[in-house]
Design a protein around this ligand. Structure first.
Ligand code: ZN
Length: 237
């Protein structure tokens, strides 16, 4: 290959590198991963809120159950006295019976409240179960999405290595001076740093190449590299 062909090959590999980097920066696999991570985070925050709610219900349940237990044990204690042998008078027996009679409706009422708490707990537990399942499924989806992203990134990284090797091989055939000029000009002209000459002008020029410049390039040997005096690109005659 001629030095000009090598330079065009370098330019081609640089363009490919840019395309791969652009793909790497905009991978749909990354967007997918970000979406599933956001979804998982939302599930987690719903679950945290619901767990707090569940904890509060648990406290209420224990509180009401403790109240029930206190009433039941008081009634038990009163009944033990009532049916034991320590009663000293009918009046005392009546007073104990009256207290038992007062406590019974309270026991019923408290037991009712225990059931109410259970009724509140049921849907919360059901929803928590759904969120647990969603969290587990979400974790699996995240692992898959991460693996897909890693695989694509690895493929593209490998492609970049190949591009780098081909570029290095092509650059070896170019003089340091030309390569240096190309590298500097590429910052401005990107993938059209080295352009062809179509017989009437430089392909990179935004407007017509001046006639005297066209004439100069025309008289160069085919395959010669020159600068376009109009736009500043490297032109291959
Ligand atoms: Zn030009």
């Amino acid at each position: 290959m001629s030095a000009v062909d090598d330079l065009l090959a370098v330019q081609q590999e640089d363009t490919t590198t840019d395309q791969i980097r652009h793909r790497l920066a905009n991978l749909p696999e990354r967007a997918t991963l970000e979406a599933v991570l956001a979804e998982r985070e939302s599930t987690e925050s719903d679950r945290d809120a619901l767990r707090l709610e569940r904890l509060e219900l648990d406290r209420r349940q224990k509180r009401v159950e403790a109240d029930v237990e206190a009433v039941v044990s008081r009634i038990q204690e009163l009944n033990d006295r009532l049916y034991g042998s320590g009663i000293s008078s009918p009046r005392e027996a009546r007073e104990i019976q009256e207290e038992v009679d007062r406590l019974k409706p309270r026991q019923d009422n408290l037991e009712e409240r225990v059931l109410e708490v259970f009724e509140e707990i049921d849907p919360v537990d059901a929803r928590l179960g759904e969120l647990d399942a969603a969290a587990e499924a979400g974790d699996e989806v995240i692992v898959e999405a991460q693996a897909a992203l890693n695989a694509t990134e690895a493929d593209l990284a490998e492609e970049l290595v190949g591009v780098r090797e081909r570029r290095d091989a092509a650059a070896a055939g170019i003089s340091a001076d030309v390569l240096d000029r190309y590298d500097r000009l590429r910052r401005t002209f990107d993938s059209s740093t080295v352009v062809g000459f179509d017989g009437s002008g430089c392909r990179g020029c935004p407007s017509a190449m001046p006639a005297v410049e066209v004439d100069r390039v025309k008289h160069l040997e085919a395959g010669t590299l020159t600068d376009c005096a109009e736009c500043g690109r490297l032109v291959v005659r």
